[in-house]
Design a protein around this ligand. Structure first.
Ligand code: PLP
Length: 395
C-alpha cells in the first residue's frame, strides 16, 4: 500500500465501488430496480428509517446503485457528501430553492447556462427572491454586489457556450466575507480539470448528463459539499421527488470509469483544434480558455489542470455560412448536448440561447454564426480534416 492519495484516473475507476455494494461475487455494482426495501425486524426498520443504521427504505430517498454514483463523484470532488437528482437542472433548482427564502438575494453572472438563467429571470423573482446578474468578466463588480449583501453567490466556470472563466478563489473570498454561500456549476470543467471546493466553493454542481456520463444516454445531476449542506438539499429532494433512477445511476457509474481518459483526450484535442481554427482565414473568433489570447487564460491556468473539451467559434459569413458548414461535418452530431464521446456541434442560436432575442445574444457576446464545438474522443487529425473540408464548402 502506498500513502500517496490515489490520482483521479484511479478514483474514477474505483471510488464508490465498495465490495459491500456488490451482489454476491459480481465485480460490477448491480442495478437495484427495487423501489422498496423490506424488514421483518421492526426495530431494525425503525432504526434504518431514522438513519441510525445504514440501509434503504424507499428509492425516492436512497438506493444502493444511486449511492455508489454519489460516492464516486463525491470522492472525485473531494467532498464530504453528495446527493443526486434526475437532471442537472433538478440539482440547480433544488439547490437554489433550498438555500434561498423570500426576501433574500442571490448574486450571479450573466453567462450561466440558459436553464439556470431562466431560474434567475423567471422563477426566483416570482418567489420574492432578488436576483442580481453581473458582467461575468468583471470580478470587481461581482465583489461589490456581493459586499452589498446576499445569501448565495452562484458561479459557473467555464461558461457555456462562450467559455469565459471566473476567478473562483477570489470571488469565494468576497462571498464568505459577506456571509454568503458559494455554489459553482463545474459541468464543463469536470472534477478532472477543476475542483471548486478546493478553491473555496461550498457546493459544486454537475449536469451528470454531460461529461460525467460521457455517452449521451443518461440524464442526471448532482451536488457535492459538506455533510450539513448536502443534508439540506437531500431533504428537499426526498420531498420534491426528483430522484435519480438506478438505471441512469448505473450508466453514469459506468461512464465515469473512463472519465479521466476521456477528459485527457478531449483537453488535448480541443486545444489543438482551437489553435488550428485560430489561424484559419474562414474563422472569425475562437473562444477557448487554453488559448493564450483568451482574456481569462491566466485565471484558467491557475485554477484548472486542463482547459476542457468545449470551445466555440464563429465562421466568416454568420448564420448563412453555418447553415452550409454544419451539415458538411461528417464526424459530429448536430445536437443540443455536450460532453459526449462523439463530437457534438450546435449553434447557440438554436441550442443554449434559442429563447433569447438577438439583442440578448449580442449582449452575451454570442454572434449569430457562433458554433459550440464539444470535442469527442475521435482522432484529432480526423476532426481537423473534417473541419477543413466543411470550411472549404464556404469558399
Ligand atoms: N449546467 C450546464 C453548464 C449545462 O450545460 C447544462 C445543460 O446543458 C445544465 C447545467 C443542465 O443540465 P441537464 O440538461 O442535465 O438538466
Amino acid at each position: 500500500m502506498t500513502s500517496k492519495s490515489p490520482a483521479s484516473a484511479t478514483l474514477a475507476v474505483w471510488a464508490g465501488e465498495d465490495r459491500s455494494r456488490r451482489y454476491q461475487q459480481a465485480t460490477q455494482i448491480p442495478v437495484v430496480r427495487s423501489i422498496s426495501f423490506g424488514y421483518d425486524d421492526l426495530a431494525m426498520w425503525h432504526d434504518v428509517a431514522l438513519g441510525r443504521q445504514p440501509g434503504h427504505i424507499y428509492s425516492r430517498n436512497t438506493n444502493p446503485t444511486v449511492e455508489a454514483f454519489e460516492d464516486k463523484i463525491r470522492i472525485l470532488e473531494g467532498a464530504e457528501a453528495a446527493t443526486s437528482f434526475t437532471s442537472g437542472m433538478a440539482a440547480i433548482s433544488a439547490t437554489l430553492f433550498t438555500l434561498l427564502k423570500p426576501g433574500q438575494r442571490i448574486v450571479s453572472i450573466r453567462d450561466t447556462y440558459g436553464g439556470t438563467n431562466k431560474l434567475f429571470t423567471e422563477f426566483l423573482p416570482s418567489f420574492g427572491i432578488d436576483v442580481c446578474l453581473c458582467d461575468t468578466t468583471d470580478a470587481a463588480a461581482i465583489e461589490a454586489q456581493v459586499a452589498a449583501g446576499c445569501q448565495v453567490l452562484y458561479l459557473e466556470s467555464p461558461t457555456n457556450p462562450t467559455v469565459k472563466v471566473v476567478d473562483i478563489e477570489r470571488l469565494a473570498r468576497a462571498a464568505h466575507a459577506a456571509g454568503a454561500l458559494v455554489v459553482v456549476d463545474n459541468t464543463l470543467a469536470t472534477p478532472i480539470n477543476q475542483n471548486p471546493l478546493r478553491l473555496g466553493a461550498d457546493l459544486v454542481i454537475h449536469s451528470a448528463s454531460k461529461f460525467l456520463g460521457g455517452h449521451a444516454d443518461a440524464l442526471g445531476g448532482v451536488a457535492c459539499g459538506s455533510r450539513a449542506l448536502i443534508h439540506q438539499l437531500y431533504h428537499f429532494r426526498e420531498i420534491n421527488g426528483a430522484a435519480l433512477s438506478a438505471e441512469d445511476a448505473y450508466s453514469l457509474l459506468r461512464g465515469m470509469k473512463t472519465l479521466a481518459l476521456r477528459i485527457e483526450r478531449q483537453n488535448e484535442s480541443a486545444l489543438r483544434i482551437a489553435k488550428w481554427l485560430q489561424q484559419h482565414p474562414l474563422v472569425d473568433q475562437v473562444n477557448y480558455p487554453g488559448l493564450e489570447s483568451h482574456p481569462d487564460h491566466d485565471i484558467a491556468r491557475r485554477q484548472m489542470r486542463g482547459f476542457g473539451g468545449v470551445l466555440s467559434f464563429s465562421v466568416v459569413g454568420g448564420l448563412e455560412a453555418i447553415r452550409v458548414f454544419l451539415p458538411k461535418l461528417q464526424y459530429a452530431n448536430r445536437a443540443a448536448n455536450l460532453g459526449s464521446v462523439e463530437t457534438v456541434v450546435g449553434p447557440p442560436v438554436v441550442t443554449s440561447h434559442v429563447e433569447c432575442t438577438d439583442a440578448e445574444r449580442a449582449a452575451a457576446g454570442i454572434p449569430e454564426g457562433l458554433v459550440r464545438y464539444s470535442t469527442g474522443i475521435e482522432d484529432v487529425q480526423d476532426l481537423i480534416a473534417d473541419l477543413e473540408q466543411a470550411l472549404q464548402a464556404l469558399r
